[in-house]
Design a protein around this ligand. Sequence first.
Ligand SMILES: Cc1cc2nc3c(=O)[nH]c(=O)nc-3n(C[C@H](O)[C@H](O)[C@H](O)COP(=O)(O)OP(=O)(O)OC[C@H]3O[C@@H](n4cnc5c(N)ncnc54)[C@H](O)[C@@H]3O)c2cc1C
Length: 618
Amino acid sequence: MELISLAGTSSFFGWGILPLLAVGLTYYQYHNADPESHPRNAQELLRMYDFIVVGGGSAGAVVASRLSEISNWTVLLLEAGGDENEISDVPALAGYTQLSDIDWKYQTAPPSASAYCLAMIGDRCNWPRGKVLGGSSVLNAMIYVRGNRHDFDLWESLGNPGWSYRDVLPYFIKSEDNRNPYLARSPYHGTGGLLTVQEATWRTPLSLAFIQAGNELGYPNRDINGVNQTGFMLSQLTVRRGSRCSTAKAFLRPVRNRKNLHIAMFAQATKILFNDDKRAIGVEFMRNGRKQVAHVRREVVLSSGSIGSPQLLMLSGVGPKEHLQEFDIPVLSDLRVGDNLQDHVGLGGLTFLIDEPVTFKKSRFQTFPVAMEYIINERGPMTTSGVEGLAFVNSKYANTNIDWPDVQFHFSPSSISSDDGDIIRRITGLRDSVYNTMYKPLIKSEAWSILPLLLRPKSSGWIRLKSKDPFVYPDINPNYFTHKEDMDVLVDAIRIAMEVSNTTAFQRFGSRPLTIPMPGCHKFQFDTYDYWECAIRHFTFTIYHPTGTCKMGPERDPTAVVDTRLRVHGIKGLRVADASIMPTIVNGNPNAAVIMIGEKASDMIKEDWLRRRRQPGR
Ligand SMILES: Cc1cc2nc3c(=O)[nH]c(=O)nc-3n(C[C@H](O)[C@H](O)[C@H](O)COP(=O)(O)OP(=O)(O)OC[C@H]3O[C@@H](n4cnc5c(N)ncnc54)[C@H](O)[C@@H]3O)c2cc1C
């Protein structure tokens, strides 16, 4: 628009003005003042900072941004990866970032205690994590869900005062800039914050069928980030003008010109350094092939995520004593780092066929006009994350006396093969036998799917070092389905998904389940408990929500790693602020809660240090 109006004025001033303008803009480096311009990768670092934040992901970007609001504090953000790119910006291309350079490309260890991920090559599930400024918020599906008020009240009741729903709600609201007027009006949402949240502006007709189906089943269409969670709704997303709004875009780009904030990309922390008093005094990191050290005056904040944070703590001598001794790592604080690994897990590839040409397919939407609509108008099919609707429902095992549903549905107007086998097949790591038998035959069909997800798993796993070498990935054991109750809830969730397909809303499109049996499950009759258990153990689908590996809890809790102010027990000058501190996994996609943790951590750090300054002698 601006260019068009400039072109209009050029006839008045003559053509000479455009080159003049271009020279002027370059001379004054106009982009420097643009809050949307990318952050700079600082090359010259100081020897000492007030704070060092390790990891610039969903939480770390928030912490670095908020701490550097105090202009006389110097802040260094160390990020192992580089910057976001054009592909990661496009919601519909989210899958393309996985297994790319900006993904750590973790995998689960082959199962031992119980069977899962059997349909995947090597019986390992891929666990993507963002290795990029913005972290996993650059790879994720952008779904904005806060969790349930009972999650946070539970955290408080486990000995964490200050973390009840009433306490944390203001932090969710603080970050948010909700762009849907009907949501923005609600007291549960915020406007004017740094993180843009809105519903997708484009959707298939099936999204409305999904909401109507919920109604038919007795579930209201409601804002699941509002007063109650149980119900169906269109997805709220962290997007801005049709593009991804990662935490790097939201929290770091606007402050890129702060002199007191240095962002060092491609800098992977390898160890936290301590003095004899067990106080963190600096961080050792690798950058440009060189080992370097940055010292810290006040605190190190570890925000390396649920895999990176426990790994770095253990490498630095904070972790289970017997495990660290295996690697001859001197033990500074014997804590259950790496335990309590909780994740959301469900059945992948639960597919329904329809007769109408309304689904989201590569052949229909990866076209030149669609691309141009995105580039020019920031609208159209490229702006969708692929998950058009969400539902929070109760399995028959849920306590319906309280609003705390135990199952989440992700509704997609597509199937595993809607992209013609390009990406989804690769990023799920499906064996050829499974893809070719079940999903390849659907390439020409119209299909939609529901991902039924277990919200509060009883099974939990652990992260353990495989080596003292910080560049060797740790062992990831999610231990899915060691508790039968988890399987019971999921099988019942599949039955509810079948009911969704049977509603009038979906029958209008001729909806019916895909009945090709999962390879490996032929011996069970389709749609029995045993069949679904077998299918779940094969096409085990995590949507990558690992949490809890540096659990928050009081000192009396032998499983706690950080206290309620996120300070590592037994250590000075070191906090953890990311998904790993969750004592229990939140009831829904965790990104919003992780951002809340970043906000609250920053406020606590400010309170602690600014109060100390005002009260000399403490
Ligand atoms: C594919 C995918 C889809 C998802 N979809 C959704 C969704 O739609 N909605 C939702 O709510 N949640 C979603 N999630 C989960 C959500 O994105 C994460 O829970 C959240 O981003 C975790 O934030 P974090 O700050 O704990 O870790 P991260 O965001 O992963 O940040 C950790 C950062 O630390 C850096 N780092 C790690 N180790 C080091 C080191 N040693 N030195 C320096 N830097 C280091 C990493 O590179 C990274 O940038 C998804 C996740 C993935 C991977």
